[in-house]
Design a protein around this ligand. Structure first.
Ligand code: SF4
Length: 305
């Protein structure tokens, strides 16, 4: 039997079904290459909200497809691999956050986008790594008591920058949290002219030795405009693919070989093809949950402007 050319078939099916493919920067390179929109959580959630496609195939992890469904309830949202989850999102439940809320009714709850729809539904505002610092600062400037959940590292980084104390949940992304500073310093020794650039989900000891800290989208635009020629990248290594494509004259090194999110790498081109062809793995979100979550997401969009 002749082998299927997945890229061509996916292109054909997209047209036939008025579908778009959204892919996160941490996806496998070949999956990134078939995407109509490549981005971080903020860009992809905005794209899901604005697209007029009938079908969204979300190449990412479960909470991302769920967020797309919340923002585009009338569209069919498909996730090529149903058990592609996120360890950070799995580390916090609606019940735990609701219990905190019940005990602290006057505290505003700012929740990272890497959470389930259920958790978003009990939050006042969502944020991503691109707009997190701005949104936290907005609530601090307004004199509000806040809880930032669930990523302790972005929360601690915001405290460090603002000089203000607030409550932070104890969650993390294990990929970023367990990045060993010594591995990064080894890379720096090998490449002394390289700038260290890091995601705020890394611990403060990594951020303190970094030349630049930002979300995946911010790291990508930083390297594009930088005069430097070499970079040590401290985030999931999928991000090196767009960096290398956009900057053929620059060199990129991973902060450590451990920077691989196996959940993000579960999706293959074959999965994308099968999911689109058979319209399987549809994502559904309870209407009441979606309505509550959408309020928190729209508060984020309003505060990100
Ligand atoms: S890299 Fe971390 S935060 Fe991102 S999907 Fe993987 S486990 Fe979740």
């Amino acid at each position: 039997m002749a082998e299927i050319d997945y890229s061509s078939e996916i292109k054909r099916l997209k047209k036939e079904k008025n579908a778009v493919i959204l892919a996160h920067y941490y996806q496998n390179d070949d999956v990134q290459d078939v995407a109509d929109y490549l981005g971080d959580s903020l860009k992809l959630s905005q794209t899901a909200k604005d697209t007029d496609a009938d079908i969204i195939v979300f190449c990412g992890v479960h909470f991302m497809a769920e967020t797309a469904k919340i923002l585009s309830s009338q569209k069919k949202v498909l996730l090529p691999v149903m058990d592609a989850g996120c360890a950070m999102a799995d580390g916090i439940t609606r019940e735990a956050l609701q219990a905190y809320k019940d005990q602290h009714p006057d505290t505003k709850i700012i929740t990272y986008v890497n959470t389930s729809a259920d958790v978003k539904a009990v939050s006042d505002c969502i944020c991503t790594s691109t707009n997190g610092l701005k949104i936290i600062q907005h609530y601090l400037d307004a004199g509000e008591k806040i809880l930032y959940a669930p990523d302790q590292n972005l929360g601690k980084y915001a405290m460090h920058l603002s000089g203000k104390e607030f409550e932070v949940w104890n969650g993390c992304c294990p990929i970023h949290h367990f990045l060993d500073k010594n591995k990064v310093l080894e890379q720096k020794k090998k490449h002394p002219d390289a700038l260290i650039i890091s995601h705020p989900e890394c611990q403060l000891d990594i951020l303190e030795i970094s030349d630049y800290v930002g979300s995946t989208a911010q790291l990508i635009s930083f390297v594009k405009q930088s005069k430097a020629k070499e970079f040590i990248v401290c985030t999931e290594q999928g991000v090196l693919h767009p960096m290398e494509l956009q900057n053929p004259d620059k060199k990129f090194y991973v902060g450590s070989k451990s920077l691989v999110c196996h959940s993000m790498k579960k999706t293959s081109l074959e999965d994308v093809y099968n999911c689109l062809k058979n319209e399987t793995n549809e994502i559904f979100v309870d209407e009441d949950v979606a309505q509550k979550a959408i309020n928190a997401l729209y508060t984020m969009f309003a505060l990100s402007k």
